[in-house]
Design a protein around this ligand. Structure first.
Ligand code: XMP
Length: 506
């Protein structure tokens, strides 16, 4: 595997994803918690950082832990750190070095730069520049404004690059990473969905033996793929529970339940709508609603799993981005929304946890799911928040409002599918606003509800942009909603990006 040391760059996870795309396994660890070098670690990549190597208390690492023992590649900050620590100098850039640049000299004999063309476009994003390098550094690439765009330490497999090969704007970045990871580090390219499935099932069999496992399914990609893997390992000893919290999409409960049964899962559907509505009664504040939904879920799940004899394990669909410990360079981040899922369950139930997907990125989960033969409509599903429509009905919630929003949402999502737009959107949904507006239908004045439609593009939900859906489409959907859904007389489209807005309205 490749070890990626994180200095807090926004691109660190991208490095890992690019390495994984080469079918090479890698892990991200914070710069201040370097794991001991074991024979399976074939190389180390030092990430970029929002910090400057010149600032006081800049994040740093003892290079001797791995330098000279395995190949090392420093990217941006990582390269500057090496240059500075080993006797070179790093100074503030005189000109802005942000965005696209072209390599103007390239040493094609260098192993790192084999088959990287002269004029290759690279992505720069740095405020400091490497001014001088020690004598034992060899310059292997430059751009017109950055002399030290890439270097190698002589007689060592230690490299530094100022640009970001992990960003797709570096058009040959993937080749450079391949040169490093595959040819210089000699990593095995055996990280494939088939291989992952085989070893995971073997490991699960060994870990779980004849034990009983319980899992909450949500209809989403992660919990489904996790459940199928556990099911393949232990069959009927996996007990799945799918809770109707009364906040799901229209007909979702029955449809999802049916498709799970079709996959052979041992699944129980639990109708707990009234429990959730009772817990939510009178609550208007988003975080209180999230807490009430989370707590009710735990109660329902706890009660259900107590009916399973001798259950020892709780299966979860946790994925790698949820477990990566981020490097402590940006200070503690503020909680903007508490994203509940099944958090809090393990402590209460005293169960051991099994998380078969905790090394995978989302796109890898989809690939594994595809290889397992899971229905593409489940794999291609938009993300849907745990508290469901509960955080899309602004203000207090009741069964009648849920049913109005379900109708609106079904028209919107159905329309996206019908017009071939569903897969072009990362997430979409409708919000029921806590206001009424005046309208006119026939000769009558109406005073009814307003709904907002939202469709965003995103990579991981951390940032998002609103999607420029065709006007004709919006016109058709708006018409259909106002004509068909009783009690709604106005439709608006949300044109805010995240940040500063968020995807959900609550
Ligand atoms: P925001 O609104 O924070 O949403 O921009 C980012 C992503 O997270 C989802 N989301 C949630 N998911 N529980 C969840 O499981 C929650 O409480 C929650 N709140 C937001 C949201 O749908 C989007 O995909």
């Amino acid at each position: 595997q490749i070890l990626i040391l994180d200095f807090g760059s926004q691109y660190t996870q991208l490095i890992a994803r690019r390495v994984r795309e080469l079918n090479v396994y890698c892990e991200i660890h914070p710069f201040n918690k370097v794991p001991a070098l074991t024979p399976d670690i074939k190389g180390v990549i030092l990430s970029g950082s929002p910090c400057s190597v010149r600032q006081e208390n800049a994040p740093t690492v003892d290079l001797s832990l791995f330098r000279g023992k395995v190949p090392v590649l420093g990217v941006c900050y990582g390269a500057q750190l090496m240059a500075q620590q080993l006797g070179g100098s790093v100074t503030p850039s005189k000109i802005r070095e942000y965005g696209r640049a072209k390599l103007s000299t390239v040493d094609h004999h260098n192993d790192l730069l084999k088959e990287i063309s002269l004029d290759s476009q690279v992505w720069m994003s740095h405020g400091d520049t490497i001014e001088a390098v020690p004598d034992n550094f060899e310059l292997i690439a430059s751009t017109s404004s950055v002399r030290v765009a890439a270097f190698q330490i002589k007689n060592e497999k230690t490299f530094g690059i100022q640009f970001h090969p992990e960003v797709t704007h570096s058009t040959e970045g993937k080749n450079l990473l391949r040169n490093f990871v595959v040819h210089i580090c000699n990593s095995a390219q055996d990280w494939t969905p088939d291989q992952f499935i085989e070893t995971t099932i073997t490991d699960l069999k060994q870990k779980l033996g004849n034990d009983q496992v319980v899992m909450a399914l949500s209809g989403g990609v992660d919990s489904t793929v996790a459940a199928i893997l556990v099911h393949k390992a232990i069959g009927k000893n996996l007990h799945c529970i799918f809770v109707d919290n009364g906040l799901l999409r229209k007909d979702e409960f029955t449809q999802v339940l049916e498709s799970y049964k079709g996959m052979g899962l041992n699944i129980k559907g639990v109708d707990a709508k009234d429990k959730f509505y009772t817990a939510l009664n009178g609550l208007t504040e988003p975080e209180s609603k999230r807490k009430a939904i989370g707590k009710t879920f735990i109660d329902v799940f706890d009660e259900e799993s107590h009916q399973i004899k001798d259950v020892k394990w709780l299966g979860q669909g946790t994925i790698y981005p949820d477990v990566i410990e981020s490097a402590p360079v940006m200070g503690p981040s503020q909680t903007i929304k508490s994203h509940h899922n099944v958090g809090g369950l393990p402590e209460k139930m005293k169960l051991k946890i099994v998380e078969p997907l905790n090394t995978l990125f989302k796109d890898e989960v989809r690939l594994v799911g595809k290889t397992l033969g899971i229905d593409p409509t489940i794999l291609g599903r938009h993300p849907f928040p745990g508290p469901g429509l509960g955080i899309r009905i602004l203000g207090d919630i009741n069964a009648e409002k849920v049913s109005v929003l379900q109708e609106v949402d079904a028209i919107f999502i159905g329309g996206l599918r019908k017009h071939g737009l569903y897969d072009k959107v990362w997430q979409a949904g409708a919000m029921l606003l806590p206001i009424q507006s005046v309208g006119v239908m026939g000769d009558e004045r109406t005073y009814e509800r307003v709904v907002a439609l939202r469709a965003v593009s995103s990579i991981d939900g951390m940032t998002a942009d609103w999607v420029h859906l065709p006007y004709e489409f919006l016109a058709e959907i708006s018409n259909e909603i106002i004509n068909k859904v009783k009690g709604v007389n106005r439709v608006v489209y949300d044109i805010s990006s995240k940040p500063p807005a968020t995807i959900e309205w609550e």
